[in-house]
Design a protein around this ligand. Structure first.
Ligand SMILES: Cc1cc2nc3c(=O)[nH]c(=O)nc-3n(C[C@H](O)[C@H](O)[C@H](O)COP(=O)(O)O)c2cc1C
Length: 328
């Protein structure tokens, strides 16, 4: 049986950001937020020995593995891998507009072929204890077209999926970088509201432009759930409020020296297997908006050059001790 997991608050898949190390930090700060891996191309997942640097789950459930691809056999294999690694969900990326992704025939360009997407999603349904979902846009090109979006949803849900994450803006496939595509096409939350009315039994999670926890909370009362990306990329520590606000736990998480100790316990065995920057970057945002944070940051960067993990841990511990009131 598939679990009926809560997806009221989801952290969006972000390449180069939602690494296993970042997910470790997110899980320390929130026990309940629904997490995503970075996107991984199906061929990389199947063939690359280094794929573990992206996909290691390490019991950070609830969590989805996001893949990009459009080959049915590969997608099926990936669903099996995700299941074996104890992911709760496998998610198909139909929202990424990058040129490289278009070349590989996956991402947002697939919205032009709803039948293919339906078949991709069907091939991922391996009938085990793993949910299949999609993350898509509301359309392609410069103009809004609700009928296009509705017809897309009509078709893809024939695959049996129950969860659709919607980045509620169009993807513009020519002349726009991925960054432009996250900012320039206007948001349209109304399309998500309308399609939800048509399919009350499908879970639609709203994504795009949610830039504060308070806004996320307000929107979570209107939509089935929300997904935030850059808010968490810039300041993962705002996750400390999530369990209390969204899941009614008795209080917010308090950042303390224990947070740093737990984080380092996780990354220490991984030293040497991945770059020091990837190992430590999630924690660097602890300085976000804190007075004199820059001084600590300079210290951190100097010690990163010499790979001195003991000193690095001490600097973070001192920072948390000194700035405890400001951080919490
Ligand atoms: C650095 C970065 C990497 C991203 N990588 C992915 C990805 O791997 N898969 C994906 O579906 N979306 C990716 N996105 C898009 C986000 O998941 C999200 O849809 C987008 O940022 C809009 O949400 P936001 O306004 O809350 O940031 C990425 C976004 C950023 C900022």
């Amino acid at each position: 049986m598939k679990n009926n997991l809560e997806r009221k608050f989801c952290v969006a898949p972000m390449m180069g950001c939602t690494t296993p190390y970042a997910r470790n930090l997110y899980r320390i700060l929130s026990k309940k937020a629904f997490l995503f891996s970075e996107m991984i191309a199906t061929k990389t997942l199947i063939h690359s020995r280094n794929s573990n640097l992206i996909i290691a789950n390490d019991k950070k459930n609830p969590i989805a593995l996001q893949v990009g691809g459009s080959d049915y056999n590969d997608l099926k294999k990936c669903a099996n891998i995700a299941y074996e690694l104890d992911y709760d969900e496998i998610n198909l990326n139909v929202g990424c507009p990058s040129k490289a992704v278009q070349k590989g025939s996956f991402g947002a360009c697939l919205m032009q072929d709803k039948n293919l997407v339906k078949n991709c999603l069907s091939s991922m349904q391996i009938n085990k204890n793993i949910e299949v979902s999609i993350k898509c846009r509301i359309g392609i090109g410069k103009n809004f077209n609700y009928e296009f979006f509705e017809e897309f949803v009509d078709e893809i849900i024939k695959s049996g999926i129950r969860i659709v994450y919607v980045h509620a803006r169009n993807a513009i496939l020519n002349g726009f970088s991925p960054k432009d595509n996250r900012n320039i096409p206007p948001l349209n939350y109304d399309f998500v509201k309308r399609v939800k009315k048509r399919y009350p039994h499908i879970t639609f999670i709203l994504n795009g432009g949610i830039d504060s926890i308070e806004k996320a909370f307000d929107l979570s009362k209107i939509f089935d759930g929300i997904m935030v990306g850059r808010l968490i990329q810039n300041n993962p520590f705002c996750l400390k409020k999530v369990d209390n606000l969204f899941f009614n736990t008795s209080s917010s998480y308090k950042v303390s020296e224990e947070t740093i100790i737990q984080y380092f316990e996780y990354i220490k065995p991984k030293i040497g297997t991945d770059s020091i920057y990837r190992l430590l970057s999630p924690l660097l945002n602890i300085f976000f908006g804190i007075e004199n944070g820059k001084k600590f940051k300079v210290d951190i960067h100097n010690n990163m050059k010499t790979n001195n993990f003991d000193s690095l841990e001490k600097i973070f511990l001192n920072f948390v001790k000194e700035k405890n009131v400001l951080i919490n």
